[in-house]
Design a protein around this ligand. Sequence first.
Ligand SMILES: [Zn+2]
Length: 139
Amino acid sequence: MGNHSLTTGDARPFVVAVGEGEAARQLTVSDPETAFDTLVRILAESLPDVSGAWGLSAEWPEPISLVVRYRRGVVGETRRAAHIVVMRPGDWHGDTLSAWCGATIAITDLEFLTPGEGMPCIPCLRRAPLSNTPQQVRA
Ligand SMILES: [Zn+2]
């Protein structure tokens, strides 16, 4: 469990929701790794027809950009670029995340990085509306 630069003190921007209606459970957690681990754990303890989702709380004031890449061994090293995924407040996610470049990655196959870590995915960098995106050399 690594430290995340996006965790700010006791903030718990991420929500895990399992089940529907009366039986629904919602938990708030501080980072995406914990959110997904929690979701997987609760679903494992639940009946097979119980569904779950996770995402950024609708109350959170702004979208959070996550940097993700495939875990070592899932794909070749050349495909382990660091993709940018935006989580918008109130959007629910299942077991995949979609990066700006169009890549869809199963959460079980990825690891979360600190922004700036890893080899950046250039299409993601070009498309993501990050204020601090480094300027790329024009091709
Ligand atoms: Zn990408």
